[in-house]
Design a protein around this ligand. Structure first.
Ligand SMILES: [Zn+2]
Length: 179
């Protein structure tokens, strides 16, 4: 298992515990000292995702990681956030102890976490995952987030990030100034 941060081939186990049908190991890279988690389990308990069209597909961590990474692209999140989020969700999925999980459950898990982390990432993910077809639904979602977070924003720290521009692009017609 190579380090997900630097690719180094060797790590030490700093914590190990049994979870459902497997073992969860917390590891530390011997090169960059980053920490990451691995799960060892029997092949027979591999997890399948039930897609919207009822097809089954084996759970693919990379796919989940890619989706989250895309949503979090260029957002001011600490290094390792995307990997940790993916780890957390994967761990939770296996904790459920089920052979099959609807893709909607996974999507909701991601959205729930992104929502409390970064609302731009959340909107990006939601717009892909929920396939917002009509702009009204998306606008409602954006409005809700803005009213919830208006008091917590720090405009000066986001000057370079132009989140407003992005929101305007996503929810056309929405005009908003933040001073
Ligand atoms: Zn490393």
């Amino acid at each position: 298992m190579n380090c997900p941060y630097c690719g180094y081939h060797s790590s030490k186990v700093i914590d190990s515990r049994e979870v459902n049908d497997g073992i969860r190991r917390r590891r530390q890279c011997l090169s960059c000292n980053s920490r990451f988690t691995t799960y060892e389990r029997l092949q027979s308990v591999s997890l399948f995702v039930i897609k919207k069209d009822e097809r089954r597909e084996e759970f693919n961590r990379d796919k989940l990681l890619t989706g989250i990474r895309k949503a979090c692209e260029k957002r001011p999140l600490p290094t390792g956030t995307v990997d940790k989020l993916t780890d957390d969700i994967e761990a939770e999925l296996y904790r459920l102890g089920k052979a099959e999980i609807p893709s909607t459950v996974i999507g909701d898990m991601v959205m729930e976490r992104l929502k409390s982390m970064d609302y731009i990432a959340y909107i990006r993910f939601a717009s892909v995952y929920r396939e917002f077809t009509d702009i009204t639904t998306l606008k409602q979602e954006v409005d809700t987030l803005i009213s919830n977070e208006a008091g917590e924003l720090h405009p000066t720290s986001q000057l370079q990030l132009l989140p407003d521009e992005e929101l305007k692009t996503i929810a056309k017609g929405r005009q908003r100034s933040r001073k």
